[in-house]
Design a protein around this ligand. Structure first.
Ligand SMILES: CC(=O)N[C@H]1[C@@H](OP(=O)(O)O)O[C@H](CO)[C@@H](O)[C@@H]1O
Ligand SMILES: [Mg+2]
Length: 538
């Protein structure tokens, strides 16, 4: 295989540990950095092939998001979305090919997908702040160049910034300019347009990661219309350690190192700034969390109202996963009367489902999400802005909608962009965080993790809400759920960690905790639990 001569030669500098197998999971590969060099090299190869295949620029982001220790990699498709599932399979095959089989696997992919070597390849590369990310990025670039591809290294960027760059490049700058300055200018202009009436103040937990760095860079562009008090900015603390969106959501508690006054609006980014969670302490000093479901509610409600004011008949739908709080789903369906649909966990599934609507608002409960506008919806809104006969109220609403479109990163969920959208919408509505919080009350809930010998023994259906295998587990869950009021529970194998996740909700926290514990026990006994048996929560 003469055409792969350079691959054979270079791959020896990025050797695969024998016997190591990894899988492209919910959001790419994740494992300890010392096992990732060969994966990065091979993802460089794959990105080059994907670029040749799609005749477009492809993105490779080096990050493990909210994981504290590991590193990882995600591939970005031409419109800035996650790589298509068929190629996730190729990614897994390539990552696991033993050294001597690498070129054969490459050749097979090229033959199956009819990829011509003579096509050019362009790959955008970005990385988070983990110390290992720099050398892993070099391995990606090595892989790209082995197939004659050209890499553009954006250095330190948030994951959504790299998605944005890819989308800009492949839409020939119609979406924006593929530079950090272009990103800051576009979003800042839209934000300032939306919040002409005054500045917003906010406490931000940067998870000691890349989001903190990039928010600092952006402050000047925002002309201080947004006053940010930035905590966990990476100057001393450890990435994702006792802070960040995942920590806050899972522990339902404020991050360390943040000084919150009562009623002050606060938010946390995750380690690569593609998730955001809001919270505050109420007057009684209780911690109150506003998660992705509440963000989706605020955004969809505001868009619906603006569309009505603009006199536009455009449908708004919300896409959630099984982790969405039952109260949120009920509020959206019964009170707001919006279409709600449920997909499997993982942004790629939500993103895909949201594309079916005029306006698809999608959020995972953990704060990962964005809004997608169909071409037609965007056209109608922009036409109304230009329409000279529209009355003032309609014009005002259309302008606000148009600026909201500009402020949203439609390539993927983006903590910085989502934060600006939320701040702008709250300002326009004159709504406090307390007012937003009281739209509905979350059902108490609990998430637990169970270690099993092989998490793949659990197979689910109905957007992961029902277990098909192992036999008996779903019946056991159904029986347990009946013991509690307003209860719901489900289990699924994680796609990012070697565990099974358990989710339960009920009318009281004790109920949610009790149900989550009982379901964990059922998983432990029926799905091959390892280590210590789960214990009741204190
Ligand atoms: C319950 C939960 O929060 N799961 C997360 C987590 O996936 P798991 O497959 O559950 O490990 O990481 C994903 C990637 O960041 C994110 O998309 C998803 O929502
Ligand atoms: Mg993330």
């Amino acid at each position: 295989m003469a055409e792969f001569g350079e691959v054979s030669q270079k791959s020896t500098q990025h050797p695969k540990p024998k016997g190591l197998t990894l899988q492209y999971g919910t959001a790419g590969f994740r494992t300890t950095a010392k096992h990732l060099d060969h994966v990065m090299f091979r993802m460089g190869l794959l990105a080059a092939l994907r670029s040749k295949k799609t005749k477009s620029t492809i993105g490779v982001m080096v990050t493990a998001s909210h994981n504290p220790e590991d590193n990882g990699v995600k591939l970005i498709d031409p419109m800035g979305e996650m790589v298509t599932p068929a190629w996730e399979g190729y990614a897994t095959q390539l990552a696991n090919a033993e050294q001597e089989a690498l070129c054969t696997v490459l050749k097979n992919i090229m033959e199956t997908d009819a990829i011509s070597m003579s096509e050019t390849a362009n790959v955008f590369v970005g990385r988070d702040t983990r110390p290992s990310s720099e050398s892993l990025t070099k391995a990606v670039i090595d892989g790209v160049s082995c197939l004659g591809g050209h890499s553009q290294d954006y250095g330190l960027v948030t994951t959504p910034q790299l998605h944005y760059m890819v989308r800009c490049r492949n839409t020939h700058d119609c979406y924006g300019t593929a530079t950090l300055q272009g990103y800051y200018e576009k979003l800042s202009k839209a934000f300032i347009e939306l919040t002409k009436n005054g500045c917003c103040m906010l406490l931000v937990d940067g998870a000691n990661g890349i989001g903190a760095l990039k928010l600092r860079e952006m402050e000047a562009f925002l002309k201080y219309e947004l006053q940010v008090a930035l905590f966990n900015d990476g100057s001393s603390g450890k990435l994702n350690h006792l802070c960040g969106a995942d920590y806050v959501k899972v522990h339902q508690r404020a991050p360390e190192g943040m000084h919150m006054g009562p009623g002050e609006r606060c938010c946390s980014f995750d380690g690569d700034a593609d998730r955001i969670i809001y919270y505050y302490n109420d007057t009684a000093g209780r911690f109150r969390l506003l998660d992705g479901d509440k963000i989706a509610t605020l955004i969809s409600m505001s868009l619906k109202e603006l569309l009505t004011q603009a006199g536009l008949n455009i449908q708004v739908a919300v896409v959630q996963t099984a982790y969405a709080n039952g109260s949120a789903t009920r509020y959206l369906k019964d009170v707001m009367k919006v279409t709600v649909c449920c997909t499997k966990t993982g942004v790629k599934h939500l993103h895909h489902a949201a594309q079916d609507f005029d306006i698809g608002v999608y959020f995972e409960a953990n704060g990962h999400g964005t809004v997608l506008f169909s071409k037609e919806a965007e056209k109608q809104i922009r036409q109304l802005v230009k329409h000279s006969n529209a009355n003032d109220e309609k014009k005002r609403a259309a302008k606000l909608l148009a600026s909201t479109i500009d402020l949203i990163n439609q390539a993927t969920g983006d903590a910085i962009s989502d934060m600006l959208v939320i701040e702008a919408l709250l300002a326009i509505r004159g709504m406090s965080i307390q007012g937003w919080d009281t739209l509905y009350t979350d059902l108490p809930n609990r998430q637990l993790r169970v270690k099993v010998a092989d998490r793949q023994v659990i197979d689910t259906t109905d957007a992961e809400r029902h277990v098909v295998m192992p036999a008996g587990l779903q019946d056991a869950i159904d029986t347990l759920v009946k013991k509690y009021k307003q209860a719901r529970a489900f289990v699924r194998p994680s796609g990012t960690e070697d565990i099974v996740r358990v989710y339960a909700e009920a009318d009281t926290q004790e109920g949610a905790d009790g149900l989550a514990y009982e379901v964990s026990l059922a998983v432990y006994h029926l799905a091959g639990g390892t280590g210590e048996e789960p214990k009741p929560l204190k």
